[in-house]
Design a protein. Structure first.
Length: 259
């Protein structure tokens, strides 16, 4: 199952979701590959990949200079591998313009890659060619949506992009679901946003809501997922619950052990 984790807005918990959902799925016994498609490389750093070890990256894969197998690195999480990112990816959008099959570079690379139960792509915070490549290569899209006042404002633009990709490049693409992030039950506005999004999007919103959680924020600085840093914190438990929902929605069987 190929899932793009996308939202053109930054700071919505996209990379945190990519890292911890990938970890939870691996904990369910699934083979998982995470593709870091953001030039900031935060998913790579958050999984403890030293920048000096990123000689071969997703940049090389996109430009056709390396295969996914050649660029893949193991992580400290059993069953979870990553194709890391470097700052070189920042120039890929310009370089892609003149290449053949510029929208399908990632899809072609994945087609030639080893088989995994899940391939998750952490998309950059934009709707440019890199995100377009991720959506063209994916079977479904998971959208992290921050519990803030303008949450729905950018969602319609992303959904329009998904629909355009579906109609022109990838007819099989579907919305896997929207996960509400950074929720604060002590904040009345946050609770109202949750209610509003559920009212508008209905069953497309995951039941699991990811809370604001200090341990989720601390974990990347230690180069590890929150599920490894503190399995029993509220954020880790939420991502375990989200992984269960993802397994159900993708009809991939798996068991997750409660902390």
């Amino acid at each position: 199952m190929k899932i793009a984790i996308a939202n053109q807005k930054g700071g919505v918990g996209k990379t945190t979701t990519a890292i911890n959902l990938a970890t939870a799925l691996a904990a369910a016994g699934k083979s998982v590959l995470l593709l870091d498609m953001d030039a900031q490389g935060n998913a790579s750093t958050g999984l403890g990949i030293d920048r000096r070890a990123r000689d071969c990256s997703i940049y090389d894969v996109i430009l056709g200079e390396a295969s996914i197998a050649e660029a893949t690195l193991p992580t400290a999480v059993p069953g979870l591998s990553i194709v890391p990112s470097t700052s070189a990816l920042a120039g890929a959008e310009v370089e892609l313009v003149g290449l053949d099959r510029r929208n399908r570079r990632l899809a072609d690379a994945i087609d030639a890659a080893p088989a995994y139960d899940f391939i998750l792509t952490d998309c950059p915070p934009s709707l440019g060619l890199l995100t377009l490549n991720a959506l063209t290569a994916a079977e479904s899209v998971l959208v992290p949506l921050q519990c803030e006042f303008f949450a729905l404002e950018g969602l319609s633009q992303l959904l329009d992009t998904i629909e355009r990709v579906r109609s022109g490049l990838n007819p099989a693409l579907r919305l896997l679901g929207i996960v509400l992030t950074m929720a604060d039950r002590r904040n009345r506005l946050s609770e109202q946003v949750v209610a509003d999004v559920r009212a508008v999007m209905g069953a497309q919103v995951f039941e699991t809501t990811i809370p604001r959680n200090v341990r989720l924020s601390e974990a990347p600085s230690h180069g590890m997922p929150a599920l490894v840093y503190d399995l029993r914190c509220a954020g880790s438990l939420a991502y375990i619950a989200l992984a269960r929902e993802v397994l159900t929605r993708t009809r991939v069987k798996g068991e997750l052990v409660d902390a």
